[in-house]
Ligand binder design. Sequence first.
Ligand SMILES: [Zn+2]
Length: 432
Amino acid sequence: MTALSVRGVRVVDPFAGTDAVADVYVDEGGRFAQPPAAPDTAGEIVDGRGLWLVPRVADLHVHFREPGQEHKEDIGSGSRAAAAGGVSVVGLMPNTSPVIDSGAAMNRVLGRVAQVGLVAAWGIGAVSVGSQGARPADWDTMRGAGARALSDDGHPVASSRLMAAALAFSAQHGTPIIQHLEDPELAHGGMAHEGAVAARLGLAGMPAAAESVMAWRDVGLLRAYGGRLHFAHCSVPDTLAALAWARAQGAHATGEASPHHLLLTDDALAEWHPTGMAKVNPPLRPAGMRDALRQAVERGVVTVVASDHAPHAAGEKGGPFAAAPFGISGIETLLGVLLTVFHHERRLTPLALMGLVTAGPHDVVGEPYAGVVPGSPADFTLIDPDVSWRVDPAAFQSRGANTPLAGHVLYGRAVATVRGGRFTFREGQVVS
Ligand SMILES: [Zn+2]
């Protein structure tokens, strides 16, 4: 029996590589289904005209802050924010308090996400104990508990010896290593891109090379030790060059861009001065670097866009710049920014653009998914691709209202999210 059908919708399916208007049917088991043989009025009918239906939107890089910093976000509020942002699966970064660096901790956090039930999660375990960068964490046990990747995100894996060992483990087991690119000595104390804007505002600069020299070291290690390497939030041209070089060698390297690095420049620091609302790590860059990042996405060097959703509590970002923590609450603006940058100005086709948040992240973690075909789990997002809306952090489901996009107009957004055939978000409301 048909439980749900979406009629006349533009199905943009990067998993199948298809883009066509169709009617989509979901059965009572929550899976995509063939059209019914006989007229079937049992299910709910949704008018999909003018909308895109995009299967299994994934945000590879989020911080839900549980355990330990629930005043910023918890798995409940983070899951609601994901649903409202049109996201079906999240990659959960392990830099909670304590850090997710054991199988038991991985089990707890994944169990909690499943209990909330609004979004699926790819668990990401720490590379080093406590993400301190010294001793390797218990990779085997975390993998057994469901970890889909390893990362010390928030910090780099600065030790070459530790990165070599992690890549060797990756080569053996296929688990990707996600690197936060930062040379601690070059970055030391920096809070903004080292350039004209930081100099004018008197902010401690972080040179672009702090990111890119680590990228070049890592692609060298990747060539030597094998494995799968993914660069989080790439932001400078020489990082993109390292990534392109490694990919051209046939090494398994992938890269991600965050929406704020694609949309904004370091002028946002001046706009929000003296607060730290636009303070993020890696820092927002000048227009030339922002444009190079867009081109790397358009050329297929960068294959993932992920929010780096980093919520903070009210007040934490509003004080003086130096005291503010790094990060932007971004999961509810992920699709809006992506559509604004690449669809509103027609820089990418819908299929290529949606691949950045569907097939791209699935490829990084090696998760198979067939897309909109009968028998496949009916996880999808309905998107109004051109609607204009103003970002109002007070309306966020996330506990974090910290975004330099507050008041900005974006074009395109999720209007409904369906997980396993069931709405988790519709008509502006999370359905739990
Ligand atoms: Zn990071």
